[in-house]
Design a protein around this ligand. Structure first.
Ligand code: FAD
Ligand code: NAD
Length: 404
């Protein structure tokens, strides 16, 4: 190689972006390749813990990791800015405060909530999609308790919390609420029976498509702690103080409405003109965008087919992390030659937390686990990621098994 350095630009410091940068720095020589990471915050957050931030069962700072604590900023140029446009033909990225050019681009800009055009959803419902948005939910719920305590004849619906959707995010959030609400009741001297937590799910079951035995376990565990389910009921509209559900247009009044009904790719990938399938970029097996071999798209922005099932992989952190390994290898291969790798998912299982010391899921080759055993496994999965990202020091500082 001769002349100026090649430029690899990574957009988004989520699971896909952080692990790509980590691997790229290990594989590409600093004297030949410049690596730039762009993120709208100067911290990386554990998206998989945001339901805990939203319920208030963990401190906000526990879910945040300063980027400079885990990325070598002498090797990687970190740009604290927001991406506004990707110009794939010119090979540039427009930021709020500048512009970057690239030779290779890695897009890991994650997800945003999908509201499917439900009237009022964007305006009136909270969503669990960033640290700032999750913190709003925590503060709003507590504010409703303070208001209820303070008013002479408070409207009982002030203490009704509606969760829209019973996918993994909804179920994990309900589990945290089941822990948090009794604490708030104690703090504000409010009887637990004054609070209602209602989940509204369009399908006839929670966790559609998941193992029947495990979802029955999850439902019973949550119901035993006072969560109500309205299954087979679609949210049709959201108002400032109520949701309208089902064919009968029943109105349920609530002081807090949280939408966990689905996610879609960051809209910037569509706006960039990439070919989309259900809002995501249909990448090839090497994770490159169609017609743009220099652009890799990972995590929740990518539509990656699982050739064994003929279905796309779901948007999960586990997959985003594994895609980063393939991406780093392939960027290096494109620069220095060799054989490109195709993405193959190594499924380590799925575990959903149910709050406190409860959880359930499947691990390795489909073994079902429940209760404390599953919770320990969930914590091991979380700590393993921290270890990959920042070694034992990060596990000790932020991990679920830290000794303090
Ligand atoms: P993200 O993690 O969303 O990261 C995207 C990054 O891009 C963020 O840092 C964001 O700040 C940044 N960004 C976005 N827009 C811009 C912009 N315009 N400019 C600059 N930066 C930008 N998956 C699992 O495998 N296991 C779990 O247990 C699990 N639990 C979950 C719990 C919850 C509550 C939620 C919401 C999701 C959970 N998931 C879980 C799914 C998982 O979190 C996502 O699949 C994963 O975060 C996707 O990773 P990513 O790197 O694509 O994007
Ligand atoms: P999801 O799409 O998996 O679930 C959304 C739920 O909302 C569905 O059950 C759907 O039927 C329901 N819904 C949609 N529209 C509705 C309406 N109008 N009224 C009522 N219900 C409605 O979304 P999610 O739960 O946010 O999960 C997103 C991704 O993140 C998934 O891939 C999931 O596997 C992953 N995730 C994984 C974990 C874990 O592994 N522990 C935790 C959270 C999220």
């Amino acid at each position: 190689m001769s002349g100026s350095k090649l430029k690899v630009v990574v957009l988004g410091a989520g699971y896909a972006g952080m692990m790509s940068v980590k691997r790229l720095t290990q594989q590409l020589p600093a004297e030949e390749v410049e690596i730039t990471l762009v993120n709208k915050h100067n911290y990386h957050y554990q998206t998989t813990w945001l339901h805990e931030v939203a319920a208030g069962t963990i401190d906000v700072n526990r879910s945040r990791i300063m980027i400079s604590d885990v990325i070598n900023t002498k090797r990687v140029q970190f740009v604290h800015d927001t991406v506004v446009k990707i110009n794939k033909e010119e090979k540039t990225v427009q930021l709020e405060n500048g512009e970057l050019s690239y030779d290779y681009l890695v897009i890991g800009l994650g997800f945003e909530k999908a509201t499917f055009g439900i009237p009022g959803m964007d305006k009136h419902a909270f969503s669990i999609q960033s640290v700032d948005k999750s913190r709003m939910i925590r503060d709003h719920i507590e504010y409703q308790f303070a208001r209820y305590r303070n008013e002479k004849n408070p409207d009982p619906s002030m203490l009704t919390i509606i969760v829209g959707g019973a996918g993994f995010t909804g179920i994990e959030f309900l589990g945290e609420l089941a822990e948090r609400i009794p604490q708030l009741c104690k703090k504000y001297d409010i009887p637990r029976q004054d609070v209602r937590i209602i989940d509204v799910e369009a399908m006839d079951t929670i966790l559609p498509g998941f193992d029947d035995e495990l979802l029955a376990y999850a439902k019973e565990s949550l119901e035993a702690r006072g969560i109500e389910f309205k299954l087979g009921t679609m949210i049709k509209e959201v108002k400032s103080d109520a949701v309208v559900v089902g064919e009968e247009q029943e109105e349920i009044k609530a002081g807090t409405i949280v939408w966990t009904g689905g996610v879609q790719a960051n809209r910037l990938v569509g706006e960039a003109g990439f070919e989309l399938t259900k809002g995501k970029v249909n990448v090839d097996a090497t994770l490159r965008a169609p017609g743009h071999d220099e652009v890799f798209i990972l995590g929740d922005c990518a539509w990656v087919m699982n050739n064994e099932t003929g279905k796309p992989y779901p948007p999960t952190a586990q997959i985003a992390i594994q895609e980063a390994d393939v991406c780093a290898h392939n960027v290096k291969t494109m620069i220095y030659g060799g054989t490109l790798k195709e993405f193959q998912f190594d499924d380590k299982g799925t575990v959903a937390s149910l709050g406190g010391s409860d959880a359930m899921g499947t691990v390795f080759d489909g073994n079902k686990i429940y209760g404390m055993q599953a919770k320990v496994m969930k914590n091991v999965i979380d700590d393993r990621y921290l270890f990959l990202l920042g070694g034992p020091k990060l596990v000790l500082r932020k991990g679920k098994f830290r000794p303090f």
